[in-house]
Design a binder for this molecule. Structure first.
Ligand code: G1P
Ligand code: ZN
Length: 542
């Protein structure tokens, strides 16, 4: 029996960079999650009988919201829900299932790399039929529906047990519980030379993968240990936990420090990697060297043809605007199309669908290709391993050879977290006010050549996105970018992206902090960061 439950709207359900993210306690407010799910269905408008994929990263509250979403899908006209066993699906695996099962869309429950547990974060994201995050047109419609919400529909029966594989019925809808790993692992086998990687691993090449007690544990164990023959214990922290073991499932220098430290010592593993809460981000570490995500994107694009799935070459590359321009050098030299999009994977969807690009990436540890419509942590790890299996050089050697060929884009991102919202907005507003007069201004040895507030016209559907970050470019091509995070759940996070191109191979050995020193100072001078936020140093440097 379908019940119609009267409700009142919440005014804070506007999706951000990647879906709706809030504190768990907010999502626990009665009707909060149900209202948002109804808003998704109202915007998606199923005609009846469609398939919907549902899964999440296993964080606290995942199961409750999944059971609600299943019961609401049955009351909103869906014919079938495909759900990962125990509610688990990594974000790229969910994207793959949506495509493979020709679903109308999917609901992904995750707050990515944000901490979990009762005091942590939660999130709900809607993906469309191409497997990718809903574009702004749809997220805006979801928001509009949420503001006018008066009732939601839910089936009275309880949802079936989702810990058991197989099909059951709920009203007129079929609930199909699937193995979260199988289809994804098969897809990886079509893209990469598993035989070559197996040989590399058998030759004594040692790898370590930190799943950070998040969703990739079962995926990494099946692919790296079972299918590729890496020794048991290669995958550490492989058990998904509701609170990620109390840590931040964020594969960066702060939260994956133990893994990085292991790779920095003589006799440590040859290759280390980690992924985040929902499995779409990646960290790549070689012995003695951490590969910055922007460099990783460039190296993967330059070497993708060494993997069978990309043997025919790649169509083009896309990166988010704040991501370093290292990939642009590859595109230029190889005659490939290059696209610069706003932050967030949703902007890559049209370019991938239109076949304009094959590989995409963001500085925030996201890399992926046209095999799904999300960034994909394990995919990046496997492409690196495939390249290493063919080239038989160390990660450090591959990186320095890359810089020698293309030049090095020194790069850092400085995050100022949980700063006062008004101070952050004032800082951005002041920058915007000064944009018109900035060109020609001198800061130390740096002269501003152009400054703008990034806006993007999608080359496929011509939609326009404005206010995507303040860019200040200096003669010589160095850049500083300022933008506010769209994924935080408390206060504001200011991100400052700093980049300098160095063509001279003799100067490729400097520490980024040193190579970027003058730009870092200039960022504070131009942005008035200390003056406006009271902060003298960033909380996280990546
Ligand atoms: C952050 C990253 C961005 C990424 C997003 C979702 O968004 O910067 O590249 O797409 O998380 O993983 P932000 O908090 O900067 O809005
Ligand atoms: Zn993520």
């Amino acid at each position: 029996m379908i019940e119609t439950v009267a409700t009142t709207p919440f005014d804070d359900q506007k999706p951000g960079t990647s879906g709706l993210r809030k504190k768990v306690t907010r999502f626990q407010v009665p009707h909060y999650a149900a209202n948002f799910i109804q808003a998704i269905f109202d915007a998606a408008k199923p005609d009846g009988g469609e398939t919907l994929v549902i899964g999440g990263d296993g964080r606290f509250f995942n199961r409750e919201v999944i059971l609600t979403a299943i019961r609401m899908a049955a009351a909103n006209g869906y014919g079938r829900v495909v759900v990962g066993r125990s509610g688990l699906l990594s974000t790229p695996a969910a994207s793959n299932l949506i495509r493979k099962r020709r679903a109308a869309g999917g609901i992904i429950l995750s707050a990515s790399h944000n901490p979990g547990g009762p005091d942590g974060d939660f999130g709900i994201k809607y993906n469309i039929a191409n497997g990718g995050p809903a574009p702004e047109k749809i997220t805006e419609a979801i928001y509009r529906h949420s503001l006018a919400m008066t009732e939601f529909r839910i089936i009275a029966q309880t949802a079936p047990d989702i810990s058991k594989l197989g099909e059951t019925r709920l009203g007129d809808m079929v609930v199909e519980v699937v193995d979260p790993v199988a289809d994804y692992a098969s897809l990886m086998e079509t893209l990469f030379d598993f035989g070559a990687i197996r040989e590399l691993l058998a030759s004594g090449f040692r790898i370590r993968f930190d799943a950070m007690h998040a969703v990739t544990g079962p995926y990494a164990k099946d692919i790296l240990e079972n299918r590729l023959g890496a020794p048991a214990g290669t995958v550490i922290n492989g058990e998904p936990l509701e609170d990620f073991g109390g840590g931040h499932p964020d594969p960066n220098a702060v939260h994956a420090k133990a893994l990085i430290d292991e790779l920095m010592v003589k006799g440590g593993p040859d290759f280390g990697a980690a992924s985040d809460g929902d499995g779409d981000r990646n960290l790549i570490v070689g012995r003695g060297v951490v590969v910055s995500p922007s460099d990783s994107l460039a190296v993967l694009a330059a070497n993708a043809h060494l993997a069978p799935g990309y043997a025919g070459g790649i169509a083009g590359i896309a990166r988010s605007m704040p991501t370093s321009q290292a990939a642009d050098r590859v595109a230029q030299k190889r005659g490939l199309g290059m696209f610069e999009t706003p932050t967030g994977w949703k902007f890559f969807g049209n370019l991938l669908d239109a076949g304009k690009v094959t590989i995409c990436g963001e500085e925030s540890a996201g890399t992926g290709s046209d095999h799904v419509r999300e960034k994909d942590g394990l995919w990046a790890v496997l492409l690196w391993l495939n390249i290493l299996a063919v080239r038989r050089e160390s990660v450090a050697d591959i990186l320095s050879a890359h810089w020698a060929e293309f030049g090095r884009n020194y790069y850092q991102r400085h995050d100022y977290e949980e700063i006062d919202k008004e101070a952050a907005e004032g800082l951005m507003e002041s920058l915007r006010d000064r944009l018109a007069s900035m060109a020609g201004q001198r800061f130390g040895t740096l002269v501003v050549s152009e400054a703008d507030d990034f806006s993007y016209r999608d080359p496929v559907d011509n939609s326009i996105s404005t206010g995507q970050g303040v860019r200040i470019v200096f003669s010589g091509g160095s850049r500083i970018v300022f933008r506010l995070s769209g994924t935080g759940t408390h206060g504001a996070t200011l991100r400052v992206y700093i980049e300098r191109y160095e063509p001279d191979a003799a100067r490729h050995g400097e520490a980024p902090q040193r190579a970027l020193a003058e730009l870092i100072q200039t960022a504070d001078a131009i942005g008035e960061i200390t003056k406006r936020t009271g902060r003298t140093a960033p909380d996280v440097v990546t």
